[in-house]
Write a protein that binds this ligand. Structure first.
Ligand code: NAD
Ligand code: MG
Length: 394
């Protein structure tokens, strides 16, 4: 029996995680469910999964939820705020932590899970993008276990040798090929993208996801962040990580070996597959995802990403090569720019402009501690806010 804390339980990954857990009550139980503001959904989840703890962002809503749960006969104890998230990530009674908070807010709880030596199911790619060196050091030092949830990285994990320890040359690995659907605008002209609305950007053709990552998929910043994530997870230099547009999203990523073999993981595009894989590893369990019907798929296509259409992808490689705080800077600028786009304050094409201006102007400093990361994040966030609020970018 594995006991889980789910960070971000009300989000797209959180809900899919609970759907897999629901299918296997004999294998998994829930110690804590953590969310930010969706009180009603968290209330329902608490009644169904009976966690010891639940967490919300604000005190008032936590008090309200506690009262509703009490009246419903639930014994769940409700806490609130960032400190509670770190506490839930390191609960002695939980052996496994699903890290599925979106954005930089997920970093400290994920790091707390690493420092508590947990089995971490990592969906929050931002933890590695912002603080790859610090996070991977903590995983090693405290004997934590890292299982990638991002479908591409989970596919790479499955395609690497069992017990791969980061020695890519010794394992005969030549390259990693990350697949990308290309998002909703893969066939658009760069000039047509200026007037794109948030709903158009979030209408992903293949995957159903939260709004932030959906916009990142439309700009392909998501794939850029995934290149950085793959670098840290598998100890592979950026020049050995390629991005391939594969609109069917059936091949979730590939590993190319020196002997010419290419090993890939295929399946229907549904996050419950990587979630079930990581939850039960090394066992295989039912995820609720239907079998892949290759006859219905018919054809698989592959193209190179268009650099003019997807400028954010090159920015991510640039940040990876710059090293130090560059990836944290880019991630922070992008979070601010995407939020401004979702709030109607910035055009779609200006997301890349904000990202570029902040990355080109922010000081890139060495990262030794988590405080270095948080400082770089906060300065870059401020620089991006200034650009957006002064309307210096059209
Ligand atoms: P989402 O927006 O659907 O859900 C986010 C969750 O995080 C919610 O439960 C929300 O309550 C919580 N949250 C948000 N801000 C918070 C804060 N400040 N403090 C505490 N909790 C907070 O996002 P998602 O699509 O589920 O993505 C979650 C993470 O997984 C992201 O890092 C994303 O990049 C990654 N990921 C998602 C998918 C996908 O298919 N959705 C695929 C791969 C990776
Ligand atoms: Mg992905």
């Amino acid at each position: 029996m594995r006991t889980l804390t789910v960070l971000g339980s009300t989000g797209s990954i959180g809900v899919s995680t609970l759907d897999v857990v629901r299918r296997h009550p004999e294998k998994f139980r829930i110690a804590a469910l953590c969310a930010h503001s969706q009180q009603d959904r968290l209330f329902e989840q608490c009644l169904e999964f009976k966690p010891c703890y639940a967490v919300l962002g604000k005190r008032e809503s936590a008090v309200e939820l506690q009262e509703r749960l009490r009246q419903a006969g639930s014994l769940t104890k409700v806490e609130y705020g960032e400190v509670a998230l770190e506490k839930m990530a390191s609960l002695p009674e939980a052996d496994t932590v699903m890290a599925a908070i979106v954005g930089a807010a997920g970093l400290l709880p994920a790091l707390a899970a690493a420092r508590a030596g947990k089995r971490i199911l990592l969906a929050n790619k931002e933890a590695l993008v912002m603080a790859g060196a610090v996070f991977m050091r903590a995983v090693k030092e405290y004997g934590a276990e890292l299982h990638p949830i991002d479908s591409e990285h989970n596919a790479v994990f499955q395609s690497l040798p069992i017990n791969y320890s980061g020695d890519f040359l010794g394992s005969g690995v030549e390259r990693i090929l990350l697949t990308a659907s290309g998002g909703p605008f893969r066939n658009a002209c760069p000039d047509d993208l200026h007037a794109v609305t948030p709903d158009q950007a979030c209408a992903h053709p293949k995957w159903s996801m939260g709004r932030k990552i959906s916009v990142d998929s439309a700009t392909m910043m998501n794939k850029g962040l995934e290149v950085i994530e793959a670098h840290w997870l598998f100890n592979i230099p950026g020049e050995r990580i390629d991005v391939v547009i594969h609109p069917e999203s059936v091949i979730h990523s590939l590993v190319q070996y020196v002997d010419g073999s290419v090993i890939a993981e295929l399946g229907n595009p549904d996050m419950r597959t990587p979630i079930a894989h990581a939850l039960a590893y090394p066992e295989r369990i039912d995820s609720g995802v239907g079998p892949l019907d290759l006859f219905a798929v018919g054809q698989l296509n592959f193209t190179r990403p268009d650099a003019d259409l997807f400028p954010c992808l090159a920015l991510a490689y640039q940040a990876l090569y710059l090293g130090g705080s560059a990836s944290a800077v880019l991630n922070a600028a992008n979070e601010v720019a995407v939020q401004a786009f979702l709030d109607g304050q910035l055009s779609f094409t200006s997301i890349a402009k904000v990202n570029r201006m902040v990355l080109d102007s922010a000081p890139i400093l060495p990262i030794n501690t988590i405080d270095d990361v948080l400082q770089a994040d906060s300065l870059a966030r401020q620089a991006a806010f200034d650009l957006v609020s002064e309307r210096r970018i059209q």
